[in-house]
Design a protein around this ligand. Structure first.
Ligand code: SAM
Length: 289
C-alpha cells in the first residue's frame, strides 16, 4: 500500500510506459486506467486496438500512432511534447511495451533527454506463461521471436541449445510447428527437455500443455485447434552435467590396480579433470596412501 506522495504527479513532461491486457480486458490495472485518463497524449502501437480498450474504460482520449515503422519520427514529436511539460503514455497492442514490441527507441531517447520514464506494470505474456509453466524459473533466457527464416532460426537454436537456463520464446501460429520441430532437432539432449506450450493466455481458448520436447510436434499435429492463436513456448534448460561422475569412475577403477599418485595422474590425463579434487577423492577412497 503506497500512502506517500503520488509518484505519478510531477510538474515536468514525463513518459509512462503502460502495460495493457494480453487478452482479457479485465486485466487492466486501476493505475493504468488512471494514468491513461490523466495523460495529455497516448502513443499507441495500433490506434484501433487501443481505441477499443479506451472505450471499455471510458477513457476519452484519441491515441496517436507510434509503431515499429515510425518510432524514430514519433520520438522527436514526443520529445517536443515533453519539453512543453506534457505527459505522454506509451501502450502497445497487448502486454508490456518494449517486450518484443516498440518502445525501446522512444524510452532511450526520452531518458537521454533527461525526462522521467515511469513504468506502469501489468500483463506480459512472458510473465503469465512462466507463472503457470511449472518450470523452475530462477534462471530464464527470454529469446522473444526466433528468426522467421528457417536457416537463421536453426542457427539460433544451435546457439541456444546448450544453455542451462529455461528458454522462453514467442511464436506465431503459422510457425509454431516448424519451430517446435527445429527445437527438437537442434538442441542438445532433446530427450531430457520439457516443453510448455502456453496458448491464448487469458482468452476463451486458453491452454497450457506440458510434454517432452520430442513429443510436442506430434501433439500439435493431432488437432488443428492446437495450432491456433498466440503462443509462448518454454523449454527447460540443459541439465547441468555432473562432470565429477565421469572421472570418479575412472579413478576408482585405476585405484584397484595402481598406486594412488599414478591413478590420479592418469585420471586427470584421461578426463581433463583438475588434480586437486581428484587427489582429494583418491585419498578418501584409499586412505593412508
Ligand atoms: N509486449 C507483449 C508482452 O508483453 O507479452 C508481447 C508482444 S509480441 C508482439 C506478441 C507475442 O506475444 C505473440 O506472438 C505471442 O507469442 C505472445 N503473446 C501475446 N499475447 C499472448 C497470449 N494471450 N497468449 C499467448 N501468447 C501471447
Amino acid at each position: 500500500m503506497n500512502n506517500g506522495p503520488d509518484p505519478d504527479r510531477v510538474d515536468r513532461g514525463e513518459l509512462f510506459v503502460v502495460a495493457t491486457p494480453i487478452g482479457n480486458l479485465e486485466d487492466m490495472t486501476l493505475r493504468a486506467i488512471r494514468v491513461l485518463k490523466e495523460v495529455d497524449v497516448i502513443a499507441a502501437e495500433d490506434t484501433r486496438v487501443t481505441a477499443h480498450l479506451l472505450a471499455r474504460y471510458a477513457i476519452a482520449q484519441r491515441p496517436m500512432a507510434l509503431h515499429a515503422h515510425n518510432e524514430r519520427a514519433r520520438t522527436e514529436q514526443v520529445l517536443q511534447l515533453l519539453a512543453a511539460n506534457k505527459r505522454v503514455a506509451l501502450v502497445s497492442d497487448a502486454g508490456t511495451p518494449g517486450i518484443s514490441d516498440p518502445g525501446a527507441i522512444l524510452v532511450e531517447a526520452v531518458r537521454a533527454a533527461g525526462f522521467r520514464v515511469t513504468p506502469v506494470p501489468g500483463p506480459s505474456a512472458l510473465a503469465a506463461a512462466l507463472s503457470v509453466s511449472g518450470i523452475a524459473a530462477e534462471r530464464i533466457l527470454f529469446c522473444g521471436f526466433l528468426p522467421a527464416k528457417a536457416s537463421a532460426r536453426r542457427n539460433a537454436i544451435t546457439e541456444l541449445g546448450n544453455r542451462t537456463e529455461a528458454l522462453v520464446l514467442y511464436e506465431a501460429p503459422h510457425r509454431v510447428l516448424e519451430c517446435v520441430e527445429d527445437l527438437a532437432a537442434g538442441v542438445s539432449h532433446p530427450e531430457q527437455r520439457r516443453l510448455v506450450i502456453a496458448r491464448e493466455i487469458t482468452k476463451i481458448y486458453e491452454s497450457v500443455h506440458e510434454c517432452m520436447l520430442e513429443a510436442a510436434a506430434q501433439w500439435l499435429r493431432e488437432d488443428p485447434d492446437r495450432l491456433r492463436g498466440e503462443f509462448v513456448l518454454i523449454l527447460s534448460g540443459l541439465e547441468a552435467v555432473d562432470e565429477s561422475a565421469d572421472w570418479e569412475k575412472t579413478l576408482s577403477t585405476l585405484l584397484h590396480d595402481l598406486p594412488l599418485a599414478q591413478a590420479v595422474r592418469l585420471t586427470c590425463a584421461i578426463s581433463g579433470a583438475k588434480r586437486k579434487p581428484v587427489y582429494e577423492r583418491a585419498l578418501k577412497l584409499k586412505p593412508g596412501q
